[in-house]
Design a protein around this ligand. Structure first.
Ligand code: TXA
Ligand code: MG
Length: 366
């Protein structure tokens, strides 16, 4: 199948492209589109056969449920039931935006979309193309990130094309890269205790202002705590992996971290490997080894987040065999960054203060 790419520079002028996308959605086909977090691969969330096409195009295990995207905050009521009184507070504060809310599902949502679970994940994205596509389609749109399963999420239309060319009929190209750059925060509101299943741009602190105490699922804090079984099915899969091997170096002192990475980089280079170093503005000038990419300044975690996936793909395009990455502060916004980084590394984290190497049981790579 040929994958058509429609550039959308102006949402009003390029309505024809949106209408073409919406027509495909109504026919039960898939369409990739930008959101403020990452690109999604959408299909009619109420049509099980259409949703199956998403799983097929991505090569996604079908026990991993999808997020249902809506264009009007009140539309969650038709897709969920037994909704806690706190949910409208969250909706008012964070929608449209990078917060996905898990609720008990209504029978209208087919089992393909929720992978047979009795809950449904809902989000109203904050991107004009996404909202316009949903409105024009006249149906909620189920959409996981538009990458081949297990690969870093796409933040540009080119990333989507690199992964899914020939496997999907259409990409709506939003031109500018996705602003947030990491997927939404997934918050389980289906039980008594609000629980973060996946960290994202909406931080634990922001949620606590609205909800009081919020629990963070044990799987989020891996590799700090690897003992609990994952509650969000997506957590158990190896995620975000570029084709290169990733190793993370964790330490309190920046100087020691840089020193260790330089030493290891030289060793890999001596062995004939092409080395990439994932650095920050504060450290990048200190490296003389390999290909150095800075994620941005440590003082601006939102910038680090926005650049992470594109940087992993850039190393890969430049033929890097091994990526040595610096640990960054894992509090608040940093939690989402480190959650994705440790997964990209298959949980391969080296603590440089204690020279022990953790390769935990969560590692399913290679
Ligand atoms: O920002 C985002 O969330 C992007 C854009 C496209 O909206 N979408 C996205 O979808 O990241 P995906 O499929 O890559 O990640 C959805 C995550 C998975 O970890 C999945 O297991 C979890 O949400 N999830 C979906 N439905 C769930 C449910 N009913 N219960 C628990 N976890 C669920
Ligand atoms: Mg994904």
């Amino acid at each position: 199948m040929e994958t058509k790419v429609y550039k959308i520079e102006n949402i009003n002028r390029d309505q024809k492209a949106i209408r073409a996308g919406a027509a495909l959605i109504r026919q039960g086909q898939t369409v990739a589109f930008p959101t403020e977090t990452v690109y999604g691969l959408g299909a009619n969330a109420l049509d099980g056969q259409a949703v199956n096409r998403i799983f097929k195009a991505k090569g996604r295990p079908n026990d991993n449920p999808l997020i249902v995207h809506i264009a009007d905050p009140s539309h969650f009521e038709a897709l969920a039931h037994d909704v806690s009184a706190r949910v409208p507070l969250l909706v008012r504060e964070f929608w449209p935006g990078p917060l996905t809310i898990i609720l008990k599902k209504s029978p209208r949502v087919p089992p393909e979309t929720t992978a047979g679970l009795d809950t449904v994940a809902l989000r109203m994205p904050n991107h004009p193309i996404a909202l316009s596509l949903i409105q024009e389609s006249g149906t909620p749109i189920a959409a996981p990130s538009a990458n081949r399963s297990g690969r870093p999420s796409p933040t540009t239309a080119q990333h989507v094309l690199d992964d899914l060319s020939g496997r999907i009929p259409m990409i709506l190209d939003g031109i500018t890269p996705c602003r947030v750059g990491l997927e939404s925060t997934v918050l389980d509101m289906s039980g008594d205790i609000p629980t973060i299943l996946r960290p994202g741009g909406i931080t634990p602190g922001m949620l606590e202002k609205v909800l009081g105490h919020v629990k963070i699922d044990g799987a989020v804090l891996e590799p700090l705590d690897m003992r609990q079984a994952p509650r969000s099915p997506g957590m158990k899969y190896n995620h975000y992996s570029p084709r290169a091997h990733v190793i993370i170096y964790r330490g309190q002192a920046l100087g020691a971290m840089v020193g260790e990475i330089k030493k290891i980089a030289a060793k890999y280079q001596y062995d004939g490997q092409k080395v990439g170093i994932l650095a920050t503005d504060e450290t990048m000038d200190r490296y003389r080894e390999g290909l150095v990419i800075s994620l941005g300044s440590r003082r601006e975690p939102a910038v680090l987040a926005a650049n992470l996936f594109a940087s992993l793909r850039e190393f890969e395009n430049r033929g890097v065999d091994v990526i040595l990455a610096e640990w960054v502060d894992e509090r608040e916004e940093g939690l989402a960054i480190m959650n994705r980084m440790v997964r990209a590394a298959g949980f391969h984290v080296v603590d440089i203060e204690k020279p022990v190497e953790h390769k935990t049981k969560g590692d399913k790579r290679k």
